[in-house]
Design a binder for this molecule. Sequence first.
Ligand code: F0G
Length: 457
Amino acid sequence: MELPFAESWKIKMIEPIRKSTLAEREEWLKKAYYNVFQLKAEEVYIDLLTDSGTGSMSQGQWAALMLGDESYAGATSFYKFEAEVQKITGFKYVIPTHQGRAAENVLFSYLVKPGNVIPGNAHFDTTKGHIESRKAKAIDVTIDEAKDTQLEIPFKGNVSIEKLEKVLSENKGNVPFMVLTVTNNTVGGQPVSMQNIRETSAVCKMYGVPIVMDSARFAENAYFIKTREKGYENKTIKEIALEMFSYVDGMTMSAKKDAIVNMGGFIATNDKDWYEGAKMFCIPFEGYITYGGLNGRDLNALAVGLEENTEFDMLDTRIRQVKHLADKLDEYGIPYQRPAGGHAIFVDADKVLINVPKEEFPAQTLTCELYLEAGVRACEIGYILADRDPVTRQNRFGGLDLLRMAIPRRVYTDNHIDVIAAALKNVYDRRDSITRGVAIEWEAPIMRHFTVKLKRL
Ligand code: F0G
């Protein structure tokens, strides 16, 4: 008999989690204004709010922490980190930052001017925030197919070359860079193919526009290239990653995802001008350029995490678990963004809560229902997260309205995944009786989803 697949690691340390009653959850959610970001973590049974900073570090990473050099400047930890980033990315200049959005803040402070236009395949919300808060415009150039959740194509995170070219030709001289996000989080953790990266790079070169790769989940993207794109079957993840980076001019990285650390990020580039420019902003915002807001020990753990999580077995274990959740949803007939993404499953709330009008935020309503059902905390990637149009101040209802269940790396077992799927099935089975959603009572002017106060209708 062929042996079944199993994880490429075993568990050495555990953290207890606790179930709650429906009455407790109703009280807690009300107190949280129907916004799961406002819940206490101890009020959550299984936490799928994010895969960011929530992974389990390996014994290698914990061991590396003990060797951290906490010198203010020139620590050995920095040089280890720098050498690892240089090896994995091929970029010469490396600036540590405390997380991904800090990398954006530092680099964009140098590159973005008011009135600029910055195309990208669905900018992540902090990326969009850092562009819009500088009075520049973020334009989404993801392929239209990404909006059809039931369409099964291998690289649904791709850039539409046609849309990109239109933005570049209409805004000559006003595009400081384009953002290429791998994997494309906003449309469902969907990968970008190497061919698309190559074509994007060629078009940008034609218009003299550099590319910043938002690389939070670059290793997962490389996994999909290896397993789905012809010609890459026999290449290693590290070889594929190097090729991906070879087509772009620089990167911002949230190391809380694919480097599996609880905190950390960086900027890397071969462009000396970008490096010198970013350095100026690193010092006041993040700290001296050999620590950038991080402890020496954090830099050590980050370096080990990057090395380990660019190995096939680690990624295979992870992405199979995400697929396991998708397979369960298939069994129950629950619609999600197909095919399964790298870090999360995105349930198509519009297709589940068909009786809840979009003005009452179906995905946010589904997030509340899933929490009430079983204490599972997912999050809304939909109309609330989309914020208002900066000019018209109208809600942006043009995109997808999704419930995201992000799977932390190396944290939950497949038994937990089965509980999550069963909880969602129970909500799905009573979907016809859910006819009202939520209304906004208070919201912040940008990135409102973190602090929005809602009421149940
Ligand atoms: N870029 C992408 C594609 C992201 O998904 C994130 C964070 C960031 C940048 C910012 O990085 O959190 O380290 O500052 N995404 C998390 C998420 C928060 O839940 O998807 P950060």
